[in-house]
Structures are given as structure tokens and as C-alpha cells.
Write a protein that binds this ligand. Structure first.
Ligand code: BCO
Length: 300
């Protein structure tokens, strides 16, 4: 028997909350009180995080606070979480480009806000809030790329590591400046950097606050490609074209592909293999698979 509309809505909302909890790292058991830190962050307003969803299944997430080199204010942190929730619920999504307005990526957290929350409780809460959000970004069933133009410093550098890939424009720079601020990364950037470039290179980049230009990033395997243009519109076009070689194809298959890789990246081997089996089951005998069996393509 069909459920009444309000019960359906309640059920969907419950499922969404449960899904968000599953994908997050911290909850009440870790002394994390999300509503409290959100309230605190809302006090430091400015800038925005914008999302546009294109018909080709590519989302464009824009950090928009160019006056402060796209530094993350408190409200931007909260908005980032909201946009990630939107992306989790976007069933037609296949890819995501993260970039900064005004031809620069992001200069990290807003130092004005940081000063106001420099006590240890607020620092821990902000850290857990951002780790939860960036972990959910990393686990999206979308192939994500950070388009780095200008500077990606501090938390901005950390954000690039939550994407599957990085593309850099000529003259751009990624730099983990935390040491100069008396800090280490706290948004998950160190753990992810080790996975991307290995522990030796990560230690050098972090403890040496090294400037990573496009050439160095390519050498380290930190970036996939240096784009030819540093013009904002043209760079975005190039990033779209680069990403589309991976997002071309049926939505169900592209999303499943990202899920099997996420499992392989995050889970112990046996769990990853079982997850791969389950995800395989979602595409085997599916429309794209049946259509291909009829077409019998030659992979020349
Ligand atoms: C766990 C997270 C850890 C963190 O993210 S800690 C934050 C790490 N980030 C930083 O320390 C960046 C500090 N900023 C800089 O080094 C330079 O501003 C930067 C990014 C190289 C850009 O240099 P320039 O191109 O010369 O531009 P500029 O310095 O005149 O900056 C333009 C305006 O933006 C402001 N700004 C840049 N980064 C900021 C930030 N993170 N928080 C707050 N304000 C920031 C800067 O103060 C300046 O404002 P104003 O024009 O002086 O009012």
C-alpha cells in the first residue's frame, strides 16, 4: 500500500540524515556537536559557495569571496556543507569542478574568523566540521577535480586534496603554509596528501612550506595537467573538456566507477572486494550493459 505523502517525505528525510551520518567521520560519540559549531560559524559572515548543475552532469562549485582571496569565512564553511548535501542528492551528477572566483583558488580559512575562535574547543569543533564536510566531498559518487588558479594556500591547499584530481593554470601555486601559522593541517589535508604523493614528499611539502608550482605538482603526481590558459573562462572550459573524457557515458556506470574506486581507496582489501561485488550488481544486466550486449562494440 502506498504511503501518504507526508510519511514518504519523513522517510526520505530520515534516510538522508542517516546517509550523511554514515558518510561523516564525527558525531556525538566524539564530543562533536554540529549545531553548536554551526551557530558559531554563522557569526563570521561573508562570501558564498555557489553551485551550478549543468545538463551534462558536471557540477561547478565556486568559492566566492574574491575580496579576501576566497578565504573561508564561517558562513562559507556552513554553505559548503549545504552544497555537498545538494550534490549527494543530485542523482544525475557525474563530475564536479571546484574552483575560485576572481582567478584565484582559496587562501585558506578567514584569519579574522580564526582569531575569534582560537580557543581549543572551537578549534576542535571547526576541525571536525570541516573534516566531515571534506570527507563527504571526497566520497561523492562524482569524479571531482580542483581547478587551481592563482593561490591555494593553507586550508585552500587542503581542499584541493579532497578532490580526485587537480588541474593547475600557468603561474598558479599550491602551498601548505600551516607551519608559518604555528599549525598543522586540520581539514584532513595531511592524511590525504600522504595518499596522493606519499609520506616523504608530503613531509617535505608540509614541513618545508614548499611552493608547489604546476611543474613541481606534475613531477610529484599531485596535479594531472597544466592547463594552457590562466584566463578564468578559458581555464574553466579546459577543465570541463578534461573532465568530460571521464564523465562521458551512462550516469549509473560513471557513479558506480567512482564508488568502486572510493571503496578501494578507503577500505581494507576484503571489504573493498565485497563492496565492489555489490556495486557490480547494480550495473550487471542494467540498461547500459544490455544495450552494449546488443551493440557488441569493438574496443579498437
Ligand atoms: C586549517 C586551516 C588553516 C588555514 O587555512 S590558516 C590560513 C592560511 N592562509 C594564509 O595565511 C593566507 C594569508 N594571506 C596571504 O599570504 C596573502 O594574502 C596571499 C594569499 C598570498 C595573497 O597575497 P596578495 O595577492 O598580495 O593579496 P593581499 O595579501 O593584498 O590579499 C588581498 C586581501 O585579502 C586578504 N586575505 C588574504 N588571505 C586572507 C585570509 N586567509 N584571511 C583573511 N584575509 C585574507 C588580505 O588581508 C587582503 O585584504 P586587505 O586588502 O588588506 O583588506
Amino acid at each position: 500500500m502506498a504511503l501518504p505523502l507526508w510519511k514518504n517525505l519523513l522517510q526520505t528525510t530520515k534516510e538522508r540524515i542517516l546517509q550523511q551520518r554514515r558518510l561523516s567521520l564525527y558525531n556525538g560519540a566524539h564530543g562533536y556537536e554540529e549545531e553548536l559549531i554551526k551557530k558559531k560559524l554563522q557569526q563570521f559572515a561573508g562570501g558564498s559557495i555557489n553551485l551550478s548543475k549543468e545538463d551534462n552532469g558536471i557540477g561547478i562549485l565556486t568559492l566566492n569571496n574574491p575580496k579576501l582571496m576566497n578565504a573561508f569565512t564561517g558562513t562559507m564553511m556552513v554553505e559548503l556543507q549545504e552544497r555537498i548535501t545538494e550534490l549527494e542528492n543530485w542523482k544525475d551528477g557525474k563530475g564536479l569542478i571546484v574552483y575560485g572566483a576572481g582567478n584565484t583558488f582559496c587562501s585558506g580559512s578567514d584569519l579574522n574568523a580564526v582569531k575569534e575562535i582560537s580557543n581549543s574547543q572551537d578549534g576542535m569543533d571547526m576541525c571536525m566540521f570541516m573534516q566531515n564536510t571534506l570527507t563527504r566531498l571526497m566520497r561523492l559518487p562524482l569524479i571531482s577535480v580542483a581547478l587551481v588558479q592563482g593561490k591555494a594556500f593553507g586550508g585552500g591547499a587542503e581542499l584541493t586534496t579532497a578532490c580526485d584530481f587537480r588541474l593547475m593554470t600557468p603561474g598558479s601555486e599550491i602551498r601548505f603554509v600551516h607551519k608559518h601559522m604555528g599549525l598543522v593541517p586540520g581539514w584532513g589535508g595531511a592524511a590525504r596528501l600522504v595518499q596522493i604523493v606519499g609520506s616523504g614528499a608530503a613531509l617535505q611539502l608540509l614541513s618545508g612550506t614548499a611552493r608547489v608550482d604546476p611543474e613541481k605538482a606534475l613531477r610529484l603526481g599531485f596535479s594531472e595537467q597544466t592547463l594552457s590558459s590562466s584566463d578564468e573562462t578559458r581555464a574553466l572550459e579546459e577543465a570541463r573538456a578534461w573532465l568530460s573524457q571521464y564523465t562521458e557515458g551512462p550516469v549509473s556506470v560513471i557513479r558506480a566507477m567512482k564508488k568502486v574506486v572510493t571503496a578501494g581507496r578507503e577500505l581494507p582489501l576484503e571489504d573493498a572486494l565485497r563492496t565492489e561485488k555489490d556495486i557490480f550488481g547494480t550495473v550487471w544486466g542494467g540498461p547500459a550493459n544490455l544495450e552494449a550486449l546488443v551493440r557488441r562494440p569493438k574496443h579498437k
